[in-house]
Write a protein that binds this ligand. Structure first.
Ligand code: F6P
Length: 324
């Protein structure tokens, strides 16, 4: 292998730049060329490439977002789109790909590999932490820290006004952000898709909390929660059933995806980038690099896509005990 292409795809996450830097520099270390592909698979289709050397990734380890930009390409889902992308890679002499993204991005890589036999290695990059084969995806730790910092601020105003806040956090269909940031921020209740608390139990728990002398409360709700009401309907429901509560809603939104990556994410990105490139040089394809038991391990892409990243159920119990 003489030349590797690297791209970021799907929702951006803090640490993607650190991973790009690591891939580029590991290529340079092993004397192979590296090509940055802009806007994910869309840039591959349009031939939007740039040769990258170790100096083209100076001063990005601390930056959120992705210098290569990201996209969710509809055209890459078509055979025609993938054919164009393949022709562009061949023209540019690119012989293998490192795909930084989530399961949608990995699915694209896998289909591409099946059609053209093109070596692909995935690096898990998403704040949702919803990928099997790694305990942490890039950006998850940073997002947790961002969410905890913001909830701390919400707590100040919640307690000043004796209010109940519903704070909605991201995570797509997974509750990792809600569960961990909820415990970290001392939430009264945490609603996640993996565990249906039910409306009755929510009211029950809020009643208990009022009786125990708490004057304000924070309930963290994952955007993918299945309680059957969105966060605004939930506010109305609680106010109807418990008029003693003055309720407010805060939907944190895309701020959770931004900001400088934490040290944890920077170190993880650096390790994953090295392993991704060196796996390609070892002749590996169709694997994702991930963190398991503090080691960087390979998981077949197919498993990473199909497997379910489980929440730690013990955390539910911990959260319960903490709200005593
Ligand atoms: O996958 C990352 C994520 O931020 C999810 O948490 C969220 O559901 C989704 O992307 C939002 O997507 P978009 O940026 O396209 O609105």
């Amino acid at each position: 292998i003489k030349k590797i292409g690297v791209l970021t795809s799907g929702g951006d996450s803090p640490g993607m730049n650190a991973a790009i830097r690591s891939v580029v520099r590991t290529c340079a270390y092993h004397n192979i060329e590296c090509v940055g592909i802009y806007r994910g698979y869309q840039g591959m289709i349009e031939g939007d490439f740039k040769e990258m050397g170790p100096r083209s990734v100076n001063n990005i380890i601390n930056k959120g977002g992705t210098i290569l930009k990201s996209a969710r390409s509809k055209e890459f889902m078509t055979e025609e789109g993938r054919k164009k992308a393949h022709a562009n890679l061949v023209d540019a002499g690119v012989e293998a790909l490192v795909v930084i993204g989530g399961d949608g991005s990995f699915t694209g890589g896998l289909v591409f590999n099946k059609e053209y036999g093109f070596p692909v290695i995935g690096i898990p990059g998403t704040i949702d932490n919803d990928i099997f084969g790694t305990t942490h995806t890039l950006g998850y730790d940073t997002a947790l820290n961002t969410v905890v910092e913001v909830i701390d601020k919400i707590r100040d105003t919640a307690s000043s006004h004796n209010r109940l806040f519903f704070v909605e956090v991201m995570g797509r269909d997974a509750g990792h952000i809600a569960l961990n940031a909820g415990i970290g921020a001392g939430a009264e209740e945490i609603l996640i898709p993996e565990e249906d608390l039910g409306l009755e139990r929510l009211l029950e728990s809020l009643r208990k909390s009022k009786l125990s002398g708490k004057s304000s409360s924070i309930v963290v709700i994952a955007e993918g929660d299945k309680i059957g009401k969105n966060v605004f309907e939930l506010k109305d429901y609680v106010e109807e059933n418990m008029p003693e509560y003055d309720v407010r809603v805060s939907v944190l939104g895309h701020m959770q995806r931004g900001g400088a990556p934490s040290c944890f994410d920077r170190v993880l990105a650096s390790r994953l980038g090295v392993k991704a490139v060196e796996s390609i040089l070892d002749g590996k394809s169709n694997y994702m690099v991930g963190l398991l038991n503090d080691k960087i391990e390979l998981t077949p892409l197919e498993q990473a896509i199909k497997g379910h990243s489980q929440i730690d159920r013990e955390l539910l119990r911990v959260s319960d005990i903490m709200t005593t």
